[in-house]
Design a protein around this ligand. Structure first.
Ligand SMILES: NC(=O)c1ccc[n+]([C@@H]2O[C@H](COP(=O)([O-])OP(=O)(O)OC[C@H]3O[C@@H](n4cnc5c(N)ncnc54)[C@H](O)[C@@H]3O)[C@@H](O)[C@H]2O)c1
Length: 455
């Protein structure tokens, strides 16, 4: 089939590449000329495990092409996917201007029947809005089209695998013709028997928000349990293991930490809350979820500040991880960037390392911090290490080297990567989320400073 993707970011590039891999002819459109030029030259623009090999093969075999011309792409495709940004507006609602502007343009561009698919995460009623907008704009007479909602559930960091083997494909349309085309397109991805669920547009639009909203509830719930654990002397890791073994609950998304971030959860929870409010419904769980999530990063910041008697002026700190989660270079709404910014504004000197997200962080934090070439280099002379992202290389590090390099063996771990008891035996003053804190047991030869006692 001939496909086009309007918007060549994380979702656009991954899905376009995956469809090309299945033998479709795919054209990607973007307004960012530099991005299009880079992609045309065969250079990939995002980091996503496994994507580069597929991308290179499909570019080489000319099934994956790039352009800045919406007109060329649209009229050379049967199905037009909108993979455009839907960022939050000030009031939390989804900004649909990118999607609607392209829909308006398409109405005067298309010269034959097209299926227009919203793969962007869009509020309930958007398919209807697009349909009405296109009909009221300069649509040439006799030109037919259908609008389909096809929400995307891929996770950054595992996007290729998620797209290639979806647990479910959701297709929202009232058009049998469009439904058939979409089913044909997706069948190669669900040969394992996973379902293609055809439903009305509004339900499909809501599935995406309901799913992300529910996962955010799980994260905020376990973070609240972690906060309670700190007060009552329990260990959130043990509590979550005990809970997760109940198949009605499940163990995923039950990891306490510094809070969720990224380009989806924060904005989707806000947008779902905003949709509910617009319809006069007080979705109170979501309000609590958002507050808990904001508080998690504030709690980590306060714990660090408290340790330094509320004065981090001139204090050298090292940060492991900048991306909002492992296996991505995405730093949108990353808790790391928020905490680091708060610390540097108070005069801390921060040096950070992330395996993939240094470039994307530089675009936000610039030279307000320094960036290391590896995870150990930045520890030199630091008064504490802050852990923000659960990259594999941080899970089992060389603790001896860490001890040698750090000025103070203090670690604030926002991802609960290490065993608190073992850390204390190794002599670290180790703070994690919702787990016991043990005073460090050993003082190292190289440690010329007294190890701080815990309050
Ligand atoms: N990132 C994810 O993990 C994820 C997962 C599921 C769904 N989504 C949803 O998918 C949508 C896209 O997200 P993303 O992360 O890929 O965004 P992104 O910011 O990475 O990419 C969007 C792209 O659209 C381009 N663009 C903007 N205006 C354009 C226009 N008029 N014409 C052509 N291109 C244009 C931008 O230059 C950018 O390259 C959002 O609605 C998001 O909520 C994202």
């Amino acid at each position: 089939m001939k496909l086009s993707f309007i918007g060549t970011g994380y979702v656009g590039l991954v899905s376009a590449t995956a469809f090309a891999e299945m033998g479709n002819d795919v054209i990607c459109v973007d307004v960012d000329e530099n991005k299009v030029q880079k992609l045309k030259n065969g250079s990939i623009t995002i980091y996503e495990p496994g994507l580069e090999t597929l991308f290179e093969r499909n570019v080489r075999e000319q099934r994956l092409q790039f352009t800045t011309s919406l007109e060329d792409a649209a009229n050379n495709s049967d199905i037009i996917f909108l993979t455009l940004p839907t960022p939050p507006r000030e009031d939390g609602s989804a900004d649909l201007s990118y999607v609607m502007n392209v829909a308006f343009k398409l109405s005067s561009i298309i010269t034959s029947y097209k299926v227009i698919v919203t793969k962007s995460t869009v509020p309930v009623g958007t398919a209807d809005r697009i349909r009405r907008a296109m009909e009221s704009q300069g649509l040439k007479s006799g030109i037919d089209f259908d609008v389909v909602s096809n929400p995307e559930f891929l996770r950054e960091g595992a996007a290729v695998n998620d797209f290639m083997k979806p647990e479910r494909v959701v297709i929202g349309t009232s058009s049998p013709r469009a439904a058939e085309m979409m089913k044909t397109l997706y069948e190669p991805f669900v040969r394992n028997g996973n379902p293609i669920l055809i439903m009305d547009e509004r339900s499909a639009e809501l599935v995406k928000y309901a799913s992300n909203g529910f996962l955010a509830v799980k994260i905020s719930f376990i973070n609240e349990i972690a906060n309670l654990c700190s007060l009552v002397g329990a260990d959130v890791d043990k509590v979550r293991t005990g809970m997760g073994k109940d198949s009605r609950i499940g163990s995923q998304f039950l990891y306490a930490g510094v809070g969720y971030g990224g380009s989806c959860f924060p904005k989707d929870v806000k947008a779902l809350y905003s949709t509910s409010t617009e319809h006069g419904y007080d979705f109170s769980i979501l309000e609590a979820v958002m507050n808990v999530n904001e508080n998690q990063k504030v709690t980590m910041l306060n714990r660090i500040l408290q340790h330094f008697d509320d004065n981090v002026e001139g204090v050298k700190l090292a940060a492991w991880g900048l991306a909002f989660k492992a296996n991505t270079d995405d730093v949108r709404e990353a808790p790391a960037l928020w905490v680091i910014k708060e610390l540097t504004q108070r005069g801390a000197i921060v040096s950070a390392f992330d395996p993939e997200a240094i470039g994307t962080t530089k675009a936000v934090l610039g030279d307000s911090i320094t960036y290391g070439k590896n995870q150990y280099e930045i520890l030199n002379g630091a008064e504490a290490l802050l852990v923000f992202t659960e990259w594999n290389e941080f899970r089992n590090p060389d603790f001896a080297e860490m001890k040698n390099k750090l000025n103070e063996q203090t670690i604030f771990d926002g991802r609960n990567l290490y065993d608190p008891k073992k850390m204390s035996e190794l002599g670290f003053d180790y703070f994690s989320i919702g787990r016991p804190h043990y005073a460090p047991e050993a003082v190292f030869q190289n440690n010329v400073h007294a190890i701080k006692k815990v309050a």
